[in-house]
Write a protein that binds this ligand. Sequence first.
Ligand SMILES: [Zn+2]
Ligand SMILES: [Zn+2]
Length: 277
Amino acid sequence: METAHKLQLRFWGVRGSTPSPGKDTLVYGGNTPCVEIRTASNQILVFDGGSGIRELGRQLAAEFAGRDLPLNLFLTHFHWDHIQGIPYFQPLFSPATRIDVHSWTSMEDTRGVLEAQMQAPYFPVSLTYGSAKLSFAQMKSERLKIGDVSVESFPLNHPQGAYGYRIEAGGKSIVYATDLEHGDAQLDRVLRDYASGADVLIYDAQYNDEEYAAHRGWGHSTWHEATRVARDAGVGRLFLFHFDPAHTDARVAESERLAAAEFEPACAAREGSVIQL
Ligand SMILES: [Zn+2]
Ligand SMILES: [Zn+2]
């Protein structure tokens, strides 16, 4: 069924580093990164498999009960907060599911990483115990077309490497850029090129300026830099993302307020929120 919007974005996990449930994270959410993007023709693209993917899986299992569920899962990198929810992704255990997993690593290595976190003694069943059909594809520098949507990826400055994605359909665009540290002149330029004119930019805002000064080299950025990138690239809306696990809702709200003072269409991503373009 065709819908009026060209792209729909839903945040299932917006927290960085480790899940942080509790009374102080109820507003923005405590699950680690997972972002769902759907197109007008209901292509489902999932970005990262942090703990937020568990709830996405529950919803997809209910929505597609008894029907084929084709999915494309894009991984930014393999730090644990970006893959730890995959063993708990309910559609993995249904033969009606087909998951094409995309990353910049070779097909063998991507499969190996996902198998490793489900090996004894860490997990009771193996990746292949799940009856979903899995395939693995290595991203290339060319644009990847999947039905009515195209996906491009670009390198980010992060320990052991990470990749951002630009997703386009029907003239609308979303850029997902998490787990990156600003300050590498060449990669800062690449990011601005890929984010140029995007309707939505999702950006790593783990720290404020003081915290960043104490965490140089940890691979994360700030709400302040997020506003500079958003302005330089001329994006429509900015979503702060990958919040520090120690940041309470009050702290995230403060970053949101300060960011919006620098770049008006800035806000903090919230678990569960839906944006239609
Ligand atoms: Zn992360
Ligand atoms: Zn990382």
